[in-house]
Write a protein that binds this ligand. Sequence first.
Ligand code: DCP
Length: 712
Amino acid sequence: MPVAKRETSDGRVIAHVDMDCFYVQVEQRKQPNLRGLPTAVIQYNSFKGGALIAVSYEARNFGVKRSMRGDEAKDVCPQIHLVQVPVARGKADLNSYRNAGSEVVSILSKKGRCERASIDEVYLDLTDAAETMLLEMPPEAREDIEEEVLKSHVLGLEIKEGSDAKEEVRKWIRRGDATYQDKLLACGAFIVANLRMQVLKDTEFTCSAGIAHNKMLAKLASGMNKPAQQTVVPQSSVGGLLESLPIKKMKQLGGKLGSSLQSDLGCKTVGDLLQFSEEKLQQCYGINTGTWLWNIARGINGEEVEGRLLPKSHGSGKTFPGPQALKTLASVQHWLNELCEELSERLQSDLNQNKRIAHTLTLHARAYKKGESDSLRKFPSKSCPLRYGTTKIQEDALTLFQAALREFLGFCNSKTHGNENNNWGVTSLSVSASKIVPIPSGTHSIVKYFGGQVPSSSSFNQPLGNAFDEAVPSSPSGSENCSGLISYELQQNYPEGDTEIKNSEACLHEQDPLCNLSRKVDSSLKESSLESPAGSEHRTTKSEPYRDLPAKDHRPLSSTPSLKAVEKKKTAGNNLKGNYSIMDFFNNYQNSQSSLEHKNVTNAHDVKTASSFGLPSTMDSYSTCNQIEQPAERCREEIDSNVGECSVPNMSQRRQAWDYNIDEIDHSVIEELPPEIQQEFQAWLRPHKRPNVPNSKRGSSITHYFLPDKSR
Ligand code: DCP
């Protein structure tokens, strides 16, 4: 949902830089003989010559479009060069494109705050650099203006027939009566032109850019003059730009909201929105969206450029169109394994290179169910805490898929499942890792993960910093949380599959392992379904008694989307920061949990419900209870019988009391931690190590988390 943000009244210079036919340029750099020739990058699919995903401007001149297949492209442009996207694990390998994007980002980020918005686009806040330039060398004082600056397009600048466009731009840049904002934009034109030239010099890639006073306008402008050009949006031209801009062209209006504006309010262009009052738009679309619409009609957008050079999430996906749809659990598992392997590699390299860890694993899929009118209904996205290690990610992704499939199909014993084969087909699969946070550097990090109080003999007695918010894992909100780079990749960059796994067909009847597993997962879901707030998309399904569940399936699963719940959860957790995050962190690395743990572990829905009644959520209770020196069973009784016993106001007190014996820590659990944390952990443990501590001394609540897992 769009978020309305007030715009600062100070002048700003924001640029949106977008690479030109990016994958083609990357391939042309690999094969310089293709430069200047009509070229397209295709996915490796053999059907009608594969799908085009990037088309060079030379090929576009012949009428080649991205929507075409290779054969069609050859029809309209017989001399076109079709380059296949690199392939790994039977799917497109985008690493070379990602790395090329990173090269560009490292150049662009030198001049101001930089936000990597997708694999090939970046926002820059150049306000400071423009202000400095304005002070040191104002545009009107410039005699020599680089060609690249003069080639800028300035919206609203009238270029009379026969006049020299570059001369007009020079005049616009140097005019004495320019507003302060326009002077800043003129400086922005210099800075961006220089950056683009630098990118070309260092990477051999061309890019285009939009320069405006906010992100929305900069993004609109960057696509107006491509390739290798830049467009400036002076404040005075905003009205004219939006007046003729088709509603669907505006970011965030391409979907249902845009359609509703067209059909319900009769708006064809963004400018048409001007006739509606803010109140009217709020009545129709809610307070926030209404205000946002009122703002965009006037070109107002206060969104900040986030300083983010790394992706918000990682993902790996693949589509299986038409006859390639996956129809057996075995084939789904095969592809999930491939996707998870890739995801795991990327998580590992993010950890190694950037010292970041991801907290949430999400599975998205598209599927159909044969012979039913609702066969197009959405396959639910599912998420759970992310455990590092390829096998664990694979296991968890499969469990998520099974839970989602079960929900998608309805009850396991419904008639449709008797005919076990070909009742369903999966046309796309993806796994993503989100909620990525940096591991704080140095020894401080381990303290952060431990929620404040570390053993008194340790040298890490400092209280927790504010890193706990970061470490709080939460349920992602489906695609909303997979925004930015990864959402783009997942939604648009799927290669098409050409492999059909002919393997043992999955069975969906009562005896089927999937049925059993799904039931188990449903049971775990039921825990939260019962408490789901009204309106939640979470679907309650038939469930087995909770006590029958094997520990393995007791990890929390949450149905997406649940943004609001996550927000609530954050609020509810404000007083609980440290305690909350450490428990979540270690839960992620536990292979199994006891029934008690399951009972207490929750998902966002639980949190929302509990919080809304002013009670600590079950998760809060979970954290709280395990931080005090009490036997776990006693604590559980307290949760069950009197939530107030484990209530929020006591948190700080209890946090102080949290302590445990080093010897109680099961080292096999530590081995599952990210290497960085392991190292610190080991260093931290060494001085305390005392062999042969009798079991009877193991009394603290932390034991609950670190005891060896007997089920393994
Ligand atoms: N991409 C893809 N599948 C899509 C759309 C894009 O794999 N459906 C990839 C290939 C593109 C890259 O993402 O090169 C960037 O996408 P853009 O939409 O920015 O398009 P291009 O950079 O190719 O061209 P343009 O110059 O029009 O921006």
